[in-house]
Ligand binder design. Structure first.
Ligand SMILES: [Zn+2]
Length: 138
Protein backbone atom coordinates (compact mmCIF):
# COMPACT_ATOMS: atom_id res chain seq x y z
CA UNK A 1 0.00 0.00 0.00
CA UNK A 2 1.00 3.61 -0.51
CA UNK A 3 1.73 6.02 2.32
CA UNK A 4 4.28 7.53 4.66
CA UNK A 5 6.48 5.59 7.04
CA UNK A 6 5.56 6.29 10.68
CA UNK A 7 9.21 6.20 11.67
CA UNK A 8 11.29 7.93 8.96
CA UNK A 9 8.35 9.63 7.20
CA UNK A 10 9.54 8.67 3.74
CA UNK A 11 6.84 8.14 1.16
CA UNK A 12 6.81 4.71 -0.39
CA UNK A 13 4.65 2.73 -2.77
CA UNK A 14 4.78 -0.45 -0.79
CA UNK A 15 4.29 0.46 2.84
CA UNK A 16 3.79 -2.38 5.24
CA UNK A 17 1.06 -2.14 7.84
CA UNK A 18 1.94 -4.02 11.00
CA UNK A 19 0.08 -4.59 14.18
CA UNK A 20 2.31 -4.33 17.20
CA UNK A 21 1.14 -5.50 20.59
CA UNK A 22 2.04 -3.48 23.66
CA UNK A 23 1.10 -3.71 27.30
CA UNK A 24 -1.57 -1.07 26.71
CA UNK A 25 -3.00 -2.72 23.61
CA UNK A 26 -2.36 -3.25 19.94
CA UNK A 27 -1.25 -0.40 17.71
CA UNK A 28 -1.33 -0.31 13.93
CA UNK A 29 1.77 1.22 12.36
CA UNK A 30 2.93 1.87 8.81
CA UNK A 31 6.61 1.27 8.08
CA UNK A 32 8.71 1.21 4.93
CA UNK A 33 11.28 -1.41 5.98
CA UNK A 34 12.34 -3.79 8.72
CA UNK A 35 14.92 -1.32 10.08
CA UNK A 36 12.24 1.32 10.62
CA UNK A 37 9.94 -1.20 12.23
CA UNK A 38 12.64 -2.29 14.71
CA UNK A 39 13.46 1.30 15.70
CA UNK A 40 9.80 2.22 16.00
CA UNK A 41 9.02 -0.78 18.19
CA UNK A 42 12.07 -0.06 20.37
CA UNK A 43 10.97 3.57 20.80
CA UNK A 44 7.36 2.63 21.62
CA UNK A 45 8.54 0.13 24.21
CA UNK A 46 10.86 2.73 25.74
CA UNK A 47 8.09 5.35 25.73
CA UNK A 48 5.64 2.90 27.28
CA UNK A 49 7.91 2.09 30.20
CA UNK A 50 9.08 5.68 30.79
CA UNK A 51 5.99 7.78 30.11
CA UNK A 52 5.48 8.38 33.85
CA UNK A 53 9.01 9.74 34.27
CA UNK A 54 8.17 12.21 31.54
CA UNK A 55 4.94 13.41 33.15
CA UNK A 56 6.36 13.49 36.66
CA UNK A 57 9.37 15.43 35.35
CA UNK A 58 7.23 17.96 33.55
CA UNK A 59 4.85 18.46 36.50
CA UNK A 60 7.21 18.22 39.44
CA UNK A 61 10.11 20.25 38.06
CA UNK A 62 8.11 23.46 37.42
CA UNK A 63 6.46 23.06 40.85
CA UNK A 64 9.83 22.77 42.60
CA UNK A 65 11.40 25.46 40.42
CA UNK A 66 8.47 27.79 41.02
CA UNK A 67 8.65 27.27 44.79
CA UNK A 68 12.40 27.89 44.80
CA UNK A 69 11.97 31.02 42.64
CA UNK A 70 9.41 32.48 45.07
CA UNK A 71 11.42 31.47 48.12
CA UNK A 72 14.64 33.04 46.80
CA UNK A 73 13.07 36.10 45.16
CA UNK A 74 14.83 38.44 47.56
CA UNK A 75 18.16 36.59 47.26
CA UNK A 76 18.70 36.13 43.53
CA UNK A 77 15.47 37.30 41.83
CA UNK A 78 14.39 33.69 41.55
CA UNK A 79 17.40 32.81 39.41
CA UNK A 80 17.91 29.37 40.97
CA UNK A 81 14.24 28.56 40.40
CA UNK A 82 14.48 29.46 36.72
CA UNK A 83 17.60 27.32 36.43
CA UNK A 84 15.83 24.32 37.97
CA UNK A 85 12.79 24.82 35.70
CA UNK A 86 14.72 25.28 32.47
CA UNK A 87 17.34 22.61 32.97
CA UNK A 88 14.98 20.12 34.62
CA UNK A 89 12.22 20.35 32.01
CA UNK A 90 14.74 20.47 29.17
CA UNK A 91 16.52 17.38 30.48
CA UNK A 92 13.20 15.54 30.85
CA UNK A 93 12.28 16.31 27.23
CA UNK A 94 15.75 15.37 25.94
CA UNK A 95 15.70 12.07 27.79
CA UNK A 96 12.06 11.31 27.03
CA UNK A 97 11.19 13.00 23.72
CA UNK A 98 7.72 11.51 23.53
CA UNK A 99 6.25 13.26 20.58
CA UNK A 100 2.54 13.95 20.22
CA UNK A 101 0.45 12.16 17.58
CA UNK A 102 0.11 15.51 15.73
CA UNK A 103 3.89 15.83 15.42
CA UNK A 104 4.11 12.26 14.20
CA UNK A 105 1.54 13.00 11.51
CA UNK A 106 3.53 16.03 10.36
CA UNK A 107 7.12 14.83 10.68
CA UNK A 108 7.21 11.14 11.44
CA UNK A 109 8.55 9.87 14.76
CA UNK A 110 12.23 10.10 13.86
CA UNK A 111 12.15 13.84 13.12
CA UNK A 112 9.66 14.39 15.93
CA UNK A 113 12.21 13.01 18.42
CA UNK A 114 14.88 15.31 16.97
CA UNK A 115 12.52 18.29 17.29
CA UNK A 116 11.81 17.31 20.90
CA UNK A 117 15.52 17.18 21.66
CA UNK A 118 16.06 20.63 20.12
CA UNK A 119 13.23 22.10 22.21
CA UNK A 120 14.71 20.41 25.31
CA UNK A 121 18.16 21.84 24.59
CA UNK A 122 16.66 25.32 24.11
CA UNK A 123 14.89 25.02 27.47
CA UNK A 124 18.15 24.06 29.18
CA UNK A 125 19.87 27.04 27.55
CA UNK A 126 17.03 29.39 28.53
CA UNK A 127 17.29 28.21 32.15
CA UNK A 128 21.03 28.84 32.22
CA UNK A 129 20.74 32.27 30.55
CA UNK A 130 17.96 33.35 32.95
CA UNK A 131 20.05 32.15 35.88
CA UNK A 132 23.07 34.16 34.75
CA UNK A 133 21.02 37.27 33.92
CA UNK A 134 19.08 37.24 37.19
CA UNK A 135 22.18 36.66 39.26
CA UNK A 136 24.48 39.24 37.79
CA UNK A 137 22.55 41.79 35.80
CA UNK A 138 19.34 42.44 37.70
ZN1 LIG B 1 10.90 4.17 7.13
Amino acid sequence: MEGKCNWCHKRSEDMEVKEITFKSGAEEVKVCCQGCEDQLVAFYKYAESHIWHFFVGLLLVPAIGGAVAVWREGVDNGALGFLIMGVGMGAAIIKYPFVTPQTVQMLGIKKGILLGRIIGALLVLTGIVLFVVCNWFV
